[in-house]
Design a protein around this ligand. Sequence first.
Ligand SMILES: Cc1cc2nc3c(=O)[nH]c(=O)nc-3n(C[C@H](O)[C@H](O)[C@H](O)COP(=O)(O)OP(=O)(O)OC[C@H]3O[C@@H](n4cnc5c(N)ncnc54)[C@H](O)[C@@H]3O)c2cc1C
Length: 335
Amino acid sequence: MVVASGGINGCDQKVRNHWQPAWGQSPEVILNGSHQFADGLLHDAVTQVGGNVTHLEKMWDYAAGVHHPRPRKPRHGLSLVPPKSALWMTAQGTRFGPEPLVSGYDTWELVRRVCEQEQKYSWAILNRKIALKELAISGAESNPSVRDKKKLKFLKTILFGNRELVDDMVENCVDFVTGSTVEELAEKMNALENPVKVEAETLLREISAYDAQLDRPVKYRNDEQLRRIAHLRQYRGDRVRIAKDQKILDPKAMPLIAIRQFIISRKSLGGIQTNLDGQVLGEEGYPIDGLFAVGEAAGFGGGGVHGQRALEGTFLGGCVLTARYAAQKIAGDLV
Ligand SMILES: Cc1cc2nc3c(=O)[nH]c(=O)nc-3n(C[C@H](O)[C@H](O)[C@H](O)COP(=O)(O)OP(=O)(O)OC[C@H]3O[C@@H](n4cnc5c(N)ncnc54)[C@H](O)[C@@H]3O)c2cc1C
C-alpha cells in the first residue's frame, strides 16, 4: 500500500495545531491555498498502524493570500506573487521596516515578519500600471497560457500586461480596492471592516517618502526595495516583468490599488517518515511491512529535501523522485 495523499495544509485545524513555532501565534485568518483533500486523514491512519508522522510544523505557507473570487471550498485562497514595485504595508498602513518586505527572496521570512505583527495580515499598495506589469498569481488555474503551453499568449501578457487577471481581481476579489486619491483608497480599505483602521495621512506620508526616493539620482537612493529592483532589472527575464522607477502616486499610473493580504497555507515539508526506499518507518525506526509513503504525504521524501526555506518550484521534483524510489523497491521485491 502506497500513501500518496498530499500534505496537511488543506486542514485549518491541523495547520494551526502544527503552526511553526518561529512564526509565533497563528493568524486569525489562514486561507487555504492547498486542495481540500490535503486533510491529513491518511497521516492519522498511518499513525494508527504505528507509522511515525513527524516535523509537521515545517510547512510552507505564503504571506500574500487573497480570497478566491469564485471559491470552491471554505477559506479558498489564491497566492499572489506580490509586485516588487508595490509597497508592503502593515495592517495600520505603515511600511514594513527597517528592512522592507520584498517578494521572491525568502517566503518563510515574509510569513514570519507578517506574523510578528499583532494584526497578522498586511496590505500591498500599488497602482494599475504596476499591477498590469507585475501582478501574478501562483498556480495553473491563474496561468492558463503557461498551463496550455500557449507561448504567444504568455508573451503578450508579459509584454502588454495581464489585463484579464487584474480586471478580474479588481472587480471580483473582496480584498482588492481602488481609489483615485490616497484618501479615497484609505476609505475603501477601512470599509472592508478590518480590526484596525488605516489613517489616510499615514498612508500618504509613507507612500510619498518612497516616491521621493525616486526623485534622487540612482546613486543617492537609499531604499532596500529600490536597490533590489535595480539589481533584479539587470537580468532580462526580470527586467520585462518589473517596472522601471515606478512611483506609486504617478498620475499616469492611476488608479491606486490596495490589496489586503492574508497568510495562506500551501505545502507540507514534514509528514510520514520513510527510509530512502519510501518504506514507512515506525517509531523505533524499522520499516512497516508493505506500507509506503511518497510525495508530499512524506514531506517530499524524508522531511523536505530542499530544506526549510526551499526554493520556489522545487517541490514537485521530490514528489516524483520519492515515488520512483518506492516503485523501484516494490518492483524489486516482486521479482
Ligand atoms: C496552487 C499550487 C501551486 C503549486 N506550485 C508548485 C510549483 O510551481 N512547483 C512545485 O514544485 N510545486 C508546486 N506546488 C506543490 C506541488 O504541486 C505539490 O507538492 C505536489 O502536487 C504534491 O504531489 P502529491 O502527488 O504528493 O500530492 P497531491 O498532488 O496533493 O495529490 C494527492 C492526491 O491524493 C488524493 N487524496 C487525498 N486524500 C485521499 C484519500 N483519503 N483517499 C483517496 N485519495 C485521496 C487527493 O485528492 C489528490 O488527488 C504547488 C501546489 C499548489 C497547491
